[in-house]
Ligand binder design. Structure first.
Ligand SMILES: [Zn+2]
Length: 344
């Protein structure tokens, strides 16, 4: 019998031994002074050739050590074993508490599903960004106020160009990363957490959530943007809606438009949600600025695109009538347990 087989055999017997009596028998079988297998092997050492004796002795002693340790360990283990429980089947069952999905996640999943059904890919990116992805590639001029420490949270570390890293102020850098990664056509949705230097109150938080969409292809026009937004918002609110576009300015789109949706809560008759205007401001949008396309190496003569972005927190606030943005971040179970529903 070689030592290795002996060891294997021991482990098999050890794992089968589930009471102290069997363990004691096992101890006798291997270490017993009279009939122990290992004791016998040690006694036989004198008959082994002198050149092999040292090695054989070492192996037997190692196994002996191991058997002792393992037996002790198992004895210790069994001494803590819980006695078999007597089950009273007539007792009432323990209540299992169901978790819920965070309202921001609910809204995010709903929006992702709408865009997946239109063939969009979902892309995510890092929350710590460089100036290039967050500003420069998006056509922000060097002196743009968003680059100021008043608005942006910077990280005390520099990128390769010596500029401070920052917490992304929007999910737009994911658009840049996507376009640098893939050639056109691109249809992508970029959801994620963003950061701005804001005082915390009922409607402001330095952390919030955005989702942006980007489409770049040949012959993409403002009509594609309008059609996509109408479909998206009708699906989101499960209602017929009208859209209102107002010209605005963003560095990364031209032309740019703020979009309002007709109030789905009062059917535009006027309510506290729409502040009695019949309209709810909901997102920013526009045609991708040619500079942005050129910055990622796309031919701006051949390709055009649209992009839009909206705040997930704001949508969740609207859809669920949540009075305070801080509720999203407080993990108060009384608040969260109200969302133990599955959205259609
Ligand atoms: Zn209203």
């Amino acid at each position: 019998m070689n030592i290795h087989n002996l060891q294997q055999q021991f482990y098999q017997k050890l794992s089968a031994a589930n009471d102290t009596k069997t363990l004691e028998e096992l101890r006798n079988e291997y270490l017993g002074r009279k009939r122990g297998v290992l004791t016998a092997l040690l006694k036989e050492l004198s008959s082994v050739a002198p050149e092999e004796r040292k090695n054989a002795g070492r192996q037997i002693n190692e196994l002996k050590q191991l058997v002792e340790t393992e037996l002790e360990r198992k004895t210790e283990l069994l001494s803590h074993a819980v006695p078999p429980e007597v089950v009273d089947w007539s007792l009432p069952g323990a209540e299992t508490k169901l978790g819920g999905i965070h309202p921001i996640t609910l809204v995010r999943q709903k929006i992702e599903n709408i865009f997946r059904s239109m063939g969009y890919a979902i892309e995510e990116g890092p929350e710590i960004e460089t100036d290039f992805y967050n500003f420069t590639a998006l056509n922000f001029p060097p002196d743009h106020p968003a680059r100021d420490t008043q608005d942006t949270l910077f990280v005390n570390r520099q990128d390769d160009s010596g500029k401070n890293l920052l917490l992304r102020t929007h999910t737009s850098p994911v658009q840049i990363r996507t376009m640098l990664k893939y050639p056109p056509p691109v249809r992508v949705l970029c959801p994620g957490r963003v950061y701005r230097k804001d005082e915390i109150d009922a409607t402001h938080s330095p952390i919030f959530h955005q989702v942006e969409a980007l489409v770049v292809d040949e012959n993409i026009t403002f009509a594609d943007l309008k059609g996509t937004l109408l479909y998206f918002l009708q699906e989101l609110f499960s209602a017929e809606v009208q859209l209102s576009f107002r010209p605005t300015f963003f560095p990364f789109t031209e032309p740019s438009a703020d979009v309002s949706v007709s109030c789905v809560f009062c059917k535009s008759k006027g309510c506290s949600v729409c502040k009695y205007s019949g309209w709810i401001e909901i997102l920013g949008s526009g045609m991708v600025h040619p500079n942005v396309l050129e910055n990622v190496g796309y031919d701006s003569e051949k390709y055009t695109g649209f992009a839009f972005g909206l705040g997930l927190d704001r949508i969740a606030i609207l859809m669920y009538g949540i009075p305070d943005i801080r509720l999203f971040f407080q993990n108060d179970i009384r608040f969260l347990s109200q969302f133990r529903i599955v959205m259609p």
